[in-house]
Design a binder for this molecule. Structure first.
Ligand code: NCD
Length: 314
């Protein structure tokens, strides 16, 4: 495999191998020697044409723990703000000898376009393209769910996951639906009808409009950020109304079954899709998702750039 553009690029076996590799690499991160020499001499470029905190820092930490050189490139302060196209920017980076380009862009399909360029010799990793996909986020979410709830199984068979909120604008939701169902989980989308995409009825999921009806049966509640920056229209009456029906509140939190976990990819709109009590509760694994993101991204870089996981000497 050369690129990671979509969860559709991965078979179930590939996905499990990334999760297993991440588990081995997490042990490295926990140990006293955080660095592996695997990618010494390789150059990885973080090309972020859209805001990001976690994903960019996480890929940077992952690359550095594998001893790669990292070039951080953000649209602000670069020629992208002078109107230079993504293609020209990428060509410049390629000319500097990038072995991998990690790209975030507001246009759906941006990562695919880079990968399709004839002269693009490095690997392209999609770190979020518009409302389309965010595969490394889904992999770190699956890793986190597996760690808490899979009871020794290597996949997520039998687990029930509710993905709640702004599905329409969420690349995290799209990648998670593809990955979690591939790994055997049962996914229900919970959202007002206005925030569901056209064609959602063909997705391999159930759809619910009543969040309360699911609270006692799900193992995982994955909250989505309301993506105000992608909304040109009014999708719900007001914030209070939204929270009342679709927010994870203290009351709802208390109705979850024992052992159920609460997730959110960040950044959170506290008080809108999730209250502070829920975000900071003992059931919340939100901070742990960030930690796991580094190991999972190490695994992705490892498998794309260094070959099979069998080589990891631990
Ligand atoms: C997500 C993203 O950018 O798609 N965040 C992230 O990568 N941690 C989700 C979001 O912005 O809501």
């Amino acid at each position: 495999m050369k690129h990671l553009l979509s969860i559709n690029d991965l078979s179930k076996v590939d996905a499990i191998s990334i999760l297993d590799t991440a588990e081995k690499l997490a042990r490295v991160s926990d140990g006293p020697m955080k660095k592996l020499p695997t990618l010494r001499g390789r150059t990885i470029v973080n090309l972020f044409a859209e805001d990001s905190t976690r994903t960019r820092i996480s890929f940077e930490a992952a690359a550095k723990r594998l001893s790669a050189d990292v070039i951080n490139f953000s649209a602000k302060g670069s020629s992208v703000s002078k109107g230079e196209s993504l293609k020209d920017t990428a060509q410049t980076l390629q000319a500097m000898g990038a072995d991998a380009v990690i790209v975030r862009h507001s246009a759906s399909g941006a990562a695919q376009r880079l990968a399709d360029l004839e002269w693009m010799s490095g690997s392209v990793i999609n770190a979020g393209d518009g409302t389309h996909e965010h595969p490394s986020q889904a992999l770190l979410d699956a890793f986190t769910i597996r760690k808490h709830l899979a009871k020794g199984a290597d996949d997520l068979t039998g687990l029930r996951v509710a993905i709640v909120g702004d599905v329409l604008h969420s690349r995290v939701a799209r990648s998670n639906v593809l990955l979690l169902t591939k790994l055997g989980a049962h996914v229900t989308l919970v959202s007002p009808p206005t925030l569901l995409p056209v064609g959602v009825s063909s997705w391999p999921v159930d759809i619910a409009y009543d969040f309360d009806s699911l609270l006692e049966s799900v193992d995982v509640v994955m909250m989505l950020r309301i993506q105000l920056e992608r909304m040109s229209d009014l999708f719900f009456p007001n914030a209070r109304e939204y929270s009342r029906y679709f927010g994870l509140t203290k009351d709802r939190l208390q109705k979850l079954k024992p052992g159920a976990i609460v997730m959110h990819p960040g950044p959170m709109n506290r008080g809108l899709e999730i209250t502070a009590d829920a975000a900071d509760s003992a059931r919340s694994v939100i901070v742990e998702q960030v930690t796991n993101g580094v190991s999972v991204r190490m695994a992705i870089l490892y498998l794309l750039l260094a070959g099979s996981a069998g080589e990891i000497a631990l």
